[in-house]
Design a protein around this ligand. Sequence first.
Ligand SMILES: Cc1cc2nc3c(=O)[nH]c(=O)nc-3n(C[C@H](O)[C@H](O)[C@H](O)COP(=O)(O)OP(=O)(O)OC[C@H]3O[C@@H](n4cnc5c(N)ncnc54)[C@H](O)[C@@H]3O)c2cc1C
Length: 598
Amino acid sequence: MSAYNYIHHYHDVLIVGAGGAGLRAAVAASEGGASVACLSKVPPTRSHTVAAQGGINAALGNREADDWHWHMYDTIRGSDWLGDQDAIAFMCEQAPGAIIELEQMGMPFTRDENGLIYQRAYGGQKTQYGKGGQAYRACAVADRTGHSLLHTLYSQALRHKVEFYIEYVALDLLMDEHNNCLGLVAWHIETGDLHIFHAHTTILATGGYGQVYASTTASTICTGDGNAMCLRAGIALQDMEFIQFHPTGLYGSGILITEGARGEGAILKNAHGERFMERYAPDSKELASRDVISRAMMQEIHGGRGCGKNADHLYLFLDHLPPGLIESKLPAIREITSTFARIDISRDPIPVLPAVHYTMGGIPCNSQSQVLTVDGKGNEHTVPGLVAIGEASCTSVHGANRLGCNGLLELVVFGKAAGQQAANHKQTRHKPLSDATLEPAMTRFDSLRHKNGATRPRQLRKELQQVMQHGASIFRNQALLDNAERQLRLIWNAYQADLKISDKSLIWNNDLMEALETDNLLRQAVVTAVSAKERKESRGAHWRDDYPVRNDKDWLKHSLGFVDDNGHVHMQYRAVRMAGLEPKTQAVLSFPPEERAY
Ligand SMILES: Cc1cc2nc3c(=O)[nH]c(=O)nc-3n(C[C@H](O)[C@H](O)[C@H](O)COP(=O)(O)OP(=O)(O)OC[C@H]3O[C@@H](n4cnc5c(N)ncnc54)[C@H](O)[C@@H]3O)c2cc1C
């Protein structure tokens, strides 16, 4: 596209995203001797990882005896058996070492009375393969764990001379005719320049797409840009129907109230003052899995037992907890509720309602984080030069439902491994880039800039969020999902035919930024709705009123959703990897499906 001048950069490893996953990979690749570029559309320390509160899991056993095999079992049970067991085994086995590494990098973990790393209780985690007592596995920095993690890793990345490209927006992958990824093209919003990054390995660490919903704990930047780049490159996204609702979003704003609060003893009550979780999960109560609690809360509200004048939320009580505990373990929750709800948690309950929190689906990967694609005959291939990590990826360690505190763990374990592998794949020369490789990305960008219809991108973004909030929510059925798909089609058509971009410049053009993100959200919304419509069973976070039972015979498989440029979705499926390896002995480890009760 001759209308634009490009600035070229050549690196061994290109990382898109400076959240926990991207930064951990950057440090590892750089330690491995690679030249590393790290792109971020916001300053690195504003990546969504900064908002993580509760903790990061590892079977350190500092409080009660623990074992990474129990952690593995809990993760598989939490995933409702959809998680890939080889990747889960790797993550859980690596976890204790990963925490010690973070500590040695300077992460200021909260300590117990013996000076060991403090570990709190989190939902869905037990000892003895689910048969023992509550596990204490979540290592935390008070309730600001993500903030500490991100700042620690950013300091390390600066120390390792990673080259940061900040406020660069990745537009599209550059794929050659053999489906190799050669790098990508990005727009620098500060100067308006376009940049081409050539790399031997491109690592997507672009985070989740929680912004597909209206009520979410995810930041406004969580638009799944890397996922959408894959869709445009003809790569399907996996398990997109699995959307995690966090039980305790602050009523009204959806701001997260960490599960760590319940881990420290907070309890949920309905309008009758009843601790209703005793009925739904008699054993684990408020520490059941997130999908189980979110559904229970909605059933309370639908049953007329909601709190407040509209009976549309529930209460989380912390007033029985010792003030010293709140000071040392939950200071941010005290601050958030005081600022945003004018509540004193030592006295008042917190009004809460489930909010979208985590997107289990994403870019399909094997346990080495290499991106996978499937051809028309159903054969699986890796995409040379392309790797995905963090919330953008579907490796899949979370399957149908993520356990709290396994998200941050995934970032550092797979981030490190991906960075190391990328450093090992250094080559001497970059593959040449043809005009044909660049053309699709730039045609899309250029035509978007000149859209001159009547509808602002912001309006379409809001509409699609509402459609998903109502049509593909905690409880789903065929009619709701059919309707969501129809409405998304109208939004798709409006985007194609009637979009208006008023600002024609390339410098700080928020209008264009919004249009790019809305395009990304729309593609993922359509795949999410269709994947949910096609999966005719209930598993983990995907609940169908019309198919309320898990059906392993027909549905113990990953969904793959492709979308074409007209918004039509095509589904394929791939097998779940049901076994992992014991690292020391290479013995096979496998947990076959069981009934999932808490
Ligand atoms: C409020 C909240 C609390 C949480 N608490 C916990 C917790 O306590 N424990 C836990 O385990 N998990 C928690 N999670 C989940 C976990 O924090 C996230 O899954 C994780 O931080 C995602 O990290 P990431 O590195 O994949 O992406 P992110 O941190 O989201 O970073 C994405 C990066 O990609 C960049 N990027 C995106 N698109 C582009 C583009 N087009 N061009 C250039 N750059 C781009 C962004 O600038 C950013 O740097 C929480 C999540 C939320 C929302």
